[in-house]
Write a protein that binds this ligand. Sequence first.
Ligand SMILES: [Zn+2]
Length: 145
Amino acid sequence: MTKTGPYALSMWRPWGLLTVTDRLTIPKNPENRVNLHVGWRGDVYLHSGKRWDPVGAEAAEACGLSLVDDDVPTGYIGIATLVDVHKDDGDKPCGCNRVWAEPGVWHWVWENVRPFRTVVDLPGRQGLFRPDPTVVARTPELLAV
Ligand SMILES: [Zn+2]
């Protein structure tokens, strides 16, 4: 893997949306990954994949946000800065909020989460991948307020 970004990460729905929304009583952070860990840090394009995970909808409900499968988009939905990746050992507190952090897995910690104004419905991939160049080119417009 080269050392310069940006990269992109796809998440099952609704986990990606939960990462970029400001409508949860407790923000969704970190991202839990069983096997995926990287030394690289920087901006990551967040991608909402096709697959629906009902566990994510239940977690959202517990934090005040009701979601329906058909209302949660697929595609590129925003950018966040990956500032830390650490393995949770399940015993010692790692500093992450236990509402979202799963024990015994890798925690990807985000800062500076910036949702796109519109979703760009292009396919994602598994693992950390290069974002579609058209999305990268449109970034200033997609982030404009
Ligand atoms: Zn943690």
